[in-house]
Design a binder for this molecule. Structure first.
Ligand code: T46
Length: 143
């Protein structure tokens, strides 16, 4: 498993900021899907699952939120509050997103199309699945 926080290059001028993301240059996979969530209610916790193969990068392009990552051995909370930062979330990482500011827009770049069969929604099943994986990267390997 890998957990990496990317800092993207903003192209700023007197008009404001622009961030461009290209697959295999800024993003380490082919981007097959983009989705985003907004209007997230106060106290809401989203996620509560892992994936069998999906890789993603989470970018809070407006407002802020927190992401709790759990690799089956350790947990770490990562704040996302800058539109030029992206959190890489590998497949075998349990994730929960919470503490959304009222104006938060969390955009996700995904390596695969939507596939419910790829989800692991039961925590005990996730722990068993992690045991079958070759490597577990420590959650504090965030750059
Ligand atoms: C993840 C975290 C970060 C679709 O129809 N297509 C899609 O591409 C997605 C992502 C969702 N949906 C439908 C399925 C549900 O009826 O949208 C509804 C909400 O999805 P879900 O409850 O899975 O949302 P989250 O916020 O719990 O999780 C999502 C992603 O599903 C998941 O892969 O890693 O964001």
């Amino acid at each position: 498993m890998q957990v990496i926080k990317y800092v993207f290059q903003p192209h700023g001028d007197e008009r404001g900021q622009l961030v461009a993301l290209e697959e295999f240059k800024d993003i380490p996979f082919t981007i097959k899907r983009v989705y985003y969530m907004y209007d997230t209610g106060e106290g809401v916790v989203r996620g509560h699952h892992a994936h069998k193969s999906l890789q993603q990068i989470l970018i809070c392009i407006h407002g802020s939120c927190k992401v709790k990552l759990d690799n089956g051995r350790e947990q770490k909370v990562v704040p996302l509050e800058k539109p030029y930062e992206g959190l890489y979330v590998s497949n075998t990482m349990w994730r929960e997103m919470y503490d959304f500011s009222p104006d938060a827009v969390l955009m996700v770049l995904a390596s695969e199309l939507y596939n419910e069969a790829d989800y692991i929604r039961d925590y005990d099943e996730f722990i068993e699945f992690v045991k079958t994986c070759d490597t577990t990267i420590a959650v504090d390997e965030i750059r």
